[in-house]
Design a protein around this ligand. Sequence first.
Ligand SMILES: Nc1ncnc2c1ncn2[C@@H]1O[C@H](COP(=O)(O)OP(=O)(O)OP(=O)(O)O)[C@@H](O)[C@H]1O
Ligand SMILES: [Mg+2]
Length: 453
Amino acid sequence: MNLDRNSALIQVEEVYKRFPLPEGKGEFTVLSNISLEVRAGEVVALLGRSGSGKSTLLRIMAGLIPPSQGQVLSNGKPLRGANPDVAMVFQSFALLPWLTVQENVELGLQARGIPKKERRQRALKAIDLVGLDGFESAYPKELSGGMKQRVGFARAFVLEPKVLFMDEPFSALDVLTAENLRGEIDDLWNAGSFPSQSILIVTHNIEEAVFLADRVVILGSNPGRIRGEVKIDLPRPHDRLDPRFKSLVDYIYTIMTNPEIEVTTEMAVQPPVKEQVSSPYAYPLPYARVGGISGLLELIVEQPEGQVDIAELAERLRLSVDDLLPILDAAVLLGFAEVLQGEVHLTEIGRDFATTTILRSKDLFRQQLLERVPVFKSILQTLEEKRSHSMRGEFFLDLWDEHFPHAEAERQFATAIDWGRYAELFEYDALEERLYLAETTPEPVGVGQTPRE
Ligand SMILES: Nc1ncnc2c1ncn2[C@@H]1O[C@H](COP(=O)(O)OP(=O)(O)OP(=O)(O)O)[C@@H](O)[C@H]1O
Ligand SMILES: [Mg+2]
């Protein structure tokens, strides 16, 4: 393949994507000021948490949906409609069950008006490349998950796109199947027999990103934005046992668990840049239950050094990054834990919280909530101002609704209820859907607070 290295195949220029919130409540910004390039000859990983807008960005780059602002260039020309240089592999395989493997693979060629004979030959070649020789006439239901995704790859390969997009292509597969297929894709790429010039893979699996990519672009959430990129300067194939592999993974874990640190190429952790948030309801609470937070802290406190490597922790708990990170985020937000160089360790308060009596744990939790999470002070203030010391849940939900899509607002509300109840700041009556000021809300430990009548 004749590669003009460093030439940009796709350029995203200052792209924004906004979706309207229901009931005319304004707009929800999913992507903010995204600029990104995919160049010939490289594998780029787009890493971000669930909801950070990865799939939306991919769809915009594929020309399936338009940006609200900014533009996408493909081969230097502004993109109008579907991007002909791109083919996509989906997490969900997206095969048509009534067509055979061969027919599924040929489908895209048929849409492009390729004659039957050529279609057949190209499809056979693609099926061969993904190791499905002999399964041409099988139907999807006869195939295992891994084989279905092989068809997914063949269907994209057959189009010979300049850039192959993959949206979490291995995350619906079991661990071993995923590992196997990921390795084969990497082998194809390293051997120079890959049918496209570049790969853009979306993932929330840090190890996967470091294993496959030359560059990892890290997306932040709320709104989705580019936090920076990390070059994976290792010889291919990337060796997981290389100490540099591990330090890259650790560095990225640190970034992902510290939403405020700046990403630099020197892998140095910069002091946080505090963003100005107008309303306390605009700052998202990580979706974690108190039980999960204490469980995690108790596990860490049992470690000999009182600290633990995040990658190991995720593996040991059999938790996906998406499940583990919000719990860690919560622990960090509450000042119970810190993350540095991929290691979580407990703060003094965190250690105290994890080892003391339940009553004192509650006191500490309440103290940290009021000191560090402004929304709780705000909820408390609202309840105090009411003569009845109570308020409809809807009232608070509406405040979150102004900043998040409804499903997310509901999650914020549920998290706040869980935390506030545990801290005995307020009660929630689920039948009446009302919040009540906790009857004997004790004064928080060492925190100044507006006096109550
Ligand atoms: N058509 C739409 N209308 C309204 N909101 C949308 C639409 N499409 C996506 N969103 C919202 O945009 C946000 C980002 O969604 P997106 O699917 O791009 O995230 P993601 O990073 O791919 O997440 P995941 O890792 O879960 O796949 C979500 O909050 C989602 O609810
Ligand atoms: Mg997605």
